[in-house]
Design a protein around this ligand. Sequence first.
Ligand code: FAD
Length: 374
Amino acid sequence: MDSDVTIVGAGVVGLAIAAALKGKVSSLFVIERHEHFGMETSSRNSEVIHSGIYYRPGSLKARLCREGRELLYGYCREKEIPHKRCGKLIVATTSGEKEVLEGILETARANEVLDGELIGKDRISELEPHIQAEYAAFFPSSGIVDVHLLMQALEHEAVRGGAEMVYRTEVTAIQPIGGGYGVTLREGDGTTFEFTTRHLVNAAGLHAEEVARMAGIGDPTYRTYFWKGEYFALLNGKHKMIERLIYPVPELHTVGLGIHTTPDMQGRQKLGPNTIWLPDKQIDYRVDPTHAKEFFEKTHRFLPFLEPDDLAPDQAGIRPKLQRPGEPSRDFIIREESDRGLPGLVNLIGIESPGLTAALGIGRLVRKMLMKDA
Ligand SMILES: Cc1cc2nc3c(=O)[nH]c(=O)nc-3n(C[C@H](O)[C@H](O)[C@H](O)COP(=O)(O)OP(=O)(O)OC[C@H]3O[C@@H](n4cnc5c(N)ncnc54)[C@H](O)[C@@H]3O)c2cc1C
């Protein structure tokens, strides 16, 4: 075999897996079609280190978010990656929403997130004097991280451990062969070549379903749907009015967490993301400026200092979700495919939020999956 392990995709998840395999494999390639790491979803998100409170207890999302969060704080400290445990408030603007907060705190405890507390108006105004809320669920363990510098550190660590980063190269076909996989690659100039790998990890983000299909897996449960999330930046000095992550109480049956405030490590504040289903799976990162109205209306009730002209279109990202509108939220799929006759192939499908928070936990999990037959 030309390679022991090959990872498809240099987003934060592919890089975290590559770093976790440092010193454990004889050779490792990371194949990425763009010229740099993290040019898709990993650089188009809220950069929030989630505490892990919303997910179904026992799910991969709940477990990997909790594990990943602590690993990530430790990693950021060790590698001096800019991050901040700024804390998060989920705010109830009516007393009717208090019950929802109590439910969220209960799910949080079931997920072993024990730092959450229900706080009232006085404590809220001590923490965030400019917001409007009757009650809030306060989670000090939530934070933010500079994702670009995180990915840079993970890439550096993987390369130091012997990994080879292969940029501008796309995986276009996968052929199971005795004891591994034949992989067809297309380089930026259109030339194609083939190589062989013993283990193959599909961390292709939005395109992971496609890559799994290349290996012959047409499982309908791997079907991925795209949901866009837009952001608006806060202007006119309004970013200085808040310090923490401020989230509304999630709307019933919502597919996102609600439009919230997100500070970043450069001191800016964004509002977002919304959730727009893309039925034709068209990748389009433009932000529709007319959506400013929706952003203002959804946040003005807890950010009363906002004026409509404080919002400017910023970035957008696309979530690879496993559900369509109206369907219940699904867990991550992280699966070693021996039982389909494809040993050594690990698929990661539907790695939407909290994929960034969970990345280091996912890295460890995939290492365990590969090591058992390595
Ligand atoms: C709007 C939004 C907000 C979010 N907010 C948060 C948050 O605050 N906190 C959090 O924890 N998570 C958040 N997430 C989720 C998080 O961003 C993702 O889970 C994470 O970035 C996924 O990383 P990845 O490496 O799996 O995918 P990606 O970053 O998409 O990387 C996959 C890579 O695979 C490459 N690729 C695909 N196909 C091929 C191929 N055939 N050959 C070669 N390369 C290929 C792509 O070019 C890409 O670079 C958010 C996501 C969105 C969209």
